[in-house]
Design a protein around this ligand. Structure first.
Ligand code: DSN
Length: 424
């Protein structure tokens, strides 16, 4: 290999080693299982497929079709729904497909605001803007970090949106879909739920299931609490044939050509693993998040929603304005090998200098950490907030992480588990 290729490979190896010695706590990331990762270097990675299984525009898709049909079957089974499309290549692409299928330029969609934790694709400068839809934000209760039910019912009746969208990227508690269901029926809107952050928790039965509470379509990425590849998925219930066709067309040729067949196969493996390990993994993830919230709070850190047990998901929202704000604290934590992101809280107006950080425990849980390790993690975070030298804390982070370099809740954990500083 030439100098450039060697250099690139070395940088990637350095990154792998860094993360092996770190506590990755970005709420939107996770580790794939060894089997799921194996699919990414299969020949599927070199091929094209367009359209639906059995109706392709290319030859050579015999096994691709079989895997895709199996993935669809497993997805419907796991989420107990009538429609699944495993072709969107990311969560945002899945969102674009829903917009393409169910909204026309100029239509109104109700959604949460960015400062309340909404995903960037709901913004004017994101996918919503690309489709030229008008968005109206729900009233939000900052104390509960959730929608204001009465206000939301009133808003839905006034605005009568074409589509009502739910889902967050700081997703602490389930939205009150049950309380809103009658209103959905009354105004006849399409109900769309972006489940990306909590997809694995829903799969494992540990977060309110939207597909049986009036939601028509769920869009998601497949690499957050659902520990699969960087990819996307659509699920549906209560869709008529025309709506299903509209989604298929929106995915292809609307927003994808081929659909990253290696990632689709990896997703299929993850669905098979979730069937066996999903419940146990999701349960421990939520337990860990609540334990971390408690341990941080006991140490004087301002974790939001203490009266509600901090969270019902994998995520904590933490106000770190007392320690210099989200930008400074997230950088200090990175210097100590604790990887998280600065995040807007409802009171913030600047995304660049927000007062919060967002912490996710799904990846630490995936490596086998439990409640007792969450107390250790809380102590390390607190030391950084209290301005102890990040370089000093980093040594203790490395020490803790030494015992957690393998991947759990999957086939082939233990001695066969993937060591992520070794390139395949
Ligand atoms: N940007 C991701 C997140 O961190 O929530 C979602 O796409």
């Amino acid at each position: 290999m030439n100098e450039e290729a060697f250099w690139i490979r070395e940088r990637v190896k350095a990154h792998n080693k860094w993360f092996e010695e770190s506590l990755p706590m970005i709420a939107s990331e996770n580790l794939m299982s060894p089997l799921a990762k194996e699919m990414l270097i299969s020949d599927f990675a070199d091929r094209y497929a367009e359209g639906l299984p059995g109706k392709r525009y290319y030859q050579g898709n015999i096994y691709v079709d079989e895997v895709e049909l199996k993935a669809i079957e497993m997805a419907k089974d796991l989420f107990q729904c009538s429609f699944a499309d495993v072709r969107p290549i990311s969560g945002t692409v899945a969102n674009m497909a829903v917009l393409f299928a169910f909204a026309e330029p100029g239509d109104t969609i109700t959604t949460c605001a960015l400062a309340q934790g909404a995903h960037i694709s709901t913004a004017k400068f994101g996918a919503f803007g690309l489709r030229s839809v008008e968005s109206v934000n729900y009233p939000f209760n900052e104390t509960d970090m959730n929608l204001d039910v009465d206000g939301t019912i009133k808003l839905l009746k006034e605005v009568r949106p074409k589509v009502a969208q739910f889902g967050l990227s700081v997703f602490l508690f389930p939205p009150p879909l049950k309380e809103l269901e009658d209103t959905f029926h009354e105004i006849g809107c399409t109900v769309w739920y972006d489940a990306a952050h909590v997809f694995g928790l829903i799969a494992g039965g540990q977060f309110d299931d939207p597909l049986h509470k009036g939601v028509h379509v769920v869009s998601s990425s497949t690499h957050k609490t659902f520990p699969g590849p960087n990819h996307g998925m659509l699920l549906g219930n209560n869709l008529d044939e025309e709506q299903e066709k509209a989604l298929y067309r929106a995915v292809f040729p609307g927003v994808t050509s081929s659909h990253h067949l290696h990632a689709m196969a990896s997703l299929a493996i993850t669905l098979a693993e979730e069937k066996v390990f999903g419940k146990e993994y999701a349960l421990q993830t939520v337990r860990n998040a609540r334990a971390l919230g408690e341990a941080l709070y006991e140490r004087g850190i301002n974790v939001l929603c203490p009266d509600l047990g901090f969270t019902r998901s994998h995520t904590l929202a933490v106000d770190v304005s007392a320690y210099g704000g989200g930008k400074i604290v997230a950088q200090d934590l990175e210097n100590a090998n604790i990887i998280c992101n600065k995040n807007m809280l409802p009171k913030d107006t600047s995304a660049v200098r927000p007062s919060g950080i967002r912490l996710g425990v799904q990846e630490l849980t995936r490596t086998g950490m439990k409640e007792s390790e969450m107390v250790e993690v809380a102590e390390l975070i607190t030391r950084v907030c209290n301005k102890e030298s990040p370089a000093k804390v980093k040594e203790d982070v490395k020490e803790l992480k030494k015992g957690f370099t393998k991947i759990r809740y999957c086939f082939h954990e233990g001695e066969e588990a993937y060591r992520y500083h070794e390139l395949v």
